[in-house]
Design a protein around this ligand. Structure first.
Ligand code: 5AD
Length: 353
């Protein structure tokens, strides 16, 4: 698929052509990554954040957020659940929290590895080289860092600069790959200022950098954040008729196209999609290209405080309930729960090369 073809498909609204897109994505998923759905247990380690990304409900500037950081015991309790439920991976996610020190996280990673042997994914924001190396050496396997948009101007307007200027997340991802991580990235669909061409470029970029994991969810305005207010309005006015909507259908088109251009990558059916469409979001994602789900293992008392956007699916559920529901959904689609770490087949191809 050429970069010119992607926007045409994103704008497609003919039901027959869309049906072709869904079938092509589902068949590609079946042929390249199979029928297993890999479960990654999400542990929301801390909602403390020193950055102020304009869309995020737990940004440093977000109003009225009660902050928490899990203890190692809390984290290990979640990791034990992942093992008990038969998941292959745990994902530790947090804001950019300086209280999560390199040393403390390295120790946590070692403890999880020793106890469970599970694959470990980190999603802890932009961290320095020393921390990343220490965590990889301690046993972390993968790192998730969404680049959010390939439009550099838009990126700068919705992300605060680091002390040295704007950050370059693609460079950071490539550096993480060099360190030894499998790398995952992604974007939100429908952020104010995102045009059809920008979203097409994002999808093309996934392919270009051969990303191992790609998460795509709809943007859900978070009350009180700049992007939900005047900044968002201004960016949408600027984008005009080219503004991408943040709805389930557009998200599914982006997901399906991503599967077509990156056939072997791991793609989750995201919680944000399930939040916008509670009855069928998750299943639609799985039937239109996705092969991963990230059930939330965070204890309910913390879960309610980790609202990067409002009304997150499963907000008031226990891990037992969330997991049982997800298993039932997978089975009702005639798919099966994946065994083992669920590493993308592209990794083994790369090491054979
Ligand atoms: N709506 C949807 N997704 C969001 N994220 C952050 N804020 C929002 C929001 N308001 C996504 C970002 C981030 C990931 C952890 O969550 O893409 O990388």
């Amino acid at each position: 698929m050429t970069p010119e073809e992607i926007p045409t498909w994103l704008l497609e609204d003919d039901p027959i052509r869309l049906e072709m897109l869904w079938r092509a994505a589902d068949l590609t998923r079946h042929l390249y990554v199979g029928d297993e759905v890999h479960l990654r247990g999400l542990i929301e380690v801390s909602n403390v954040c020193q950055r102020s990304c304009a869309y995020c409900g737990i940004a440093a500037c977000a109003p009225k957020v009660e902050r928490y950081r899990m203890t190692q015991e809390d984290i290990l309790e979640c990791a034990d659940k992942a093992l008990e439920y038969g998941f292959g991976t745990v994902v530790m996610q947090a804001g950019e929290d300086p209280g999560i020190t390199g040393e403390w996280m390295a120790d946590t990673i070692k403890k999880i590895k020793d106890r469970t042997g599970l694959a470990i994914t980190l999603s802890l924001g932009e961290r320095n080289e020393e921390d990343l190396q220490a965590w990889q050496a301690a046993g972390a396997d993968r790192y998730l860092l969404r680049f959010e948009t390939t439009d550099e101007d838009l990126y700068r307007r919705i992300h605060p600069n680091l002390p040295g200027g704007a950050s370059n997340r693609i460079q950071q991802l490539l550096r993480m790959r060099d360190i030894g991580f499998e790398i995952g990235t992604g974007v939100m669909v429908g952020i104010p200022g995102q045009t059809w061409q920008t979203l097409a470029n994002d999808i093309y970029t996934f392919q270009n950098y051969d990303m191992d994991m790609i998460g795509i969810g709809p943007y859900i305005p978070s009350p009180g954040t700049p992007l939900e207010g005047p900044l968002g309005e201004m960016l949408m006015v600027e984008a005009g008729t080219q503004q991408v909507p943040s709805d389930p259908l557009t998200t599914l088109k982006a997901l399906a196209l991503t599967r077509l251009v990156c056939p072997e990558t791991n793609i989750p059916s995201t919680t944000a999609l399930a939040t916008l469409d509670p009855s069928s979001g998750r299943a639609n994602g799985l039937s239109r290209g996705a092969n991963v789900i990230m059930p939330n293992l965070t204890q309910p008392k913390y879960r309610v405080l980790y609202q990067i956007y409002p009304g997150k699916a499963g907000l008031h559920e226990t891990a037992d309930i969330t997991t049982a529901k997800i298993r039932a959904q997978i089975e009702s689609l005639g798919r099966r729960v994946g065994q083992g770490p669920g590493t993308s087949p592209r990794i083994s191809h790369r090491s054979e090369a």
